[in-house]
Ligand binder design. Sequence first.
Ligand SMILES: [Zn+2]
Length: 267
Amino acid sequence: MQDSFIDIGANLTDQSFDQDRDKIIEDSFKNGIEQIIVTSSSVNESLKSIELARSYKGKIWATAGIHPHNASDASENFKEDLMAILNHDEVVAIGECGLDYFRNFSSKEEQRNIFKDHLELAHKVDLPLFLHQRDAHDDFLGMIKDYGPKELKGVAHCFTGNKEQMESYLDLGLYIGVTGWLCDSRRNSELVGAINYIPKDRLLIETDSPYLMPKSLSKSLKTRRNEPQFLGYIAKELASLMEISLSELSSITRTNTQTLFAKIRAL
Ligand SMILES: [Zn+2]
């Protein structure tokens, strides 16, 4: 039997899926994807993700939150708006939220304000944080320590850093999300070096579709758009680095996903 996986991060409301979203989802379910968490980057997108999750009940789930890129567009009462959304059955995490100083689409100050608000929401709602960080490690860590809940639950999604950065996340109790970044030999050396230090009970896998198409696969399929069904390819690469079987990786990551995102249950 084919080993199956849960994609904990796919941006399926992205416009690049507007023409064939349902086909992409069906293809994923046919090709070893059990469930998908659809990530959101604004209040509007969160509503779209929830709608999508409703039409694939029990198979698709949603996050709700504001990505640091969109911090400058957040409305004044976004906290109330998010609070109302977070109560929906389909919402399994707060996010994406965090800091991104690589692109700085919103100013650092705006990003920090919005991130602080998300960390405070996590005190009020029993949901894990879906965290995004790029080129902002020290501020990110400091803010989680200053404003995050004591019993912090969350995932450092699309982790691409080194062993030291990973250890600081693990110390906070975070899970580590690994993507197809792993399959890009030009920039994966730090991540590859850190992989075998991730405790097995903290490991999660994700595609971050439509972004981060695994480099090696992109060449053979002649597409740059990533899809959840390519998670199996990433999993193979990861399992071989970890020197474990694909079925062990499948079972480890399924258990971890269901532990962190408690609303998700095996079908
Ligand atoms: Zn992200």
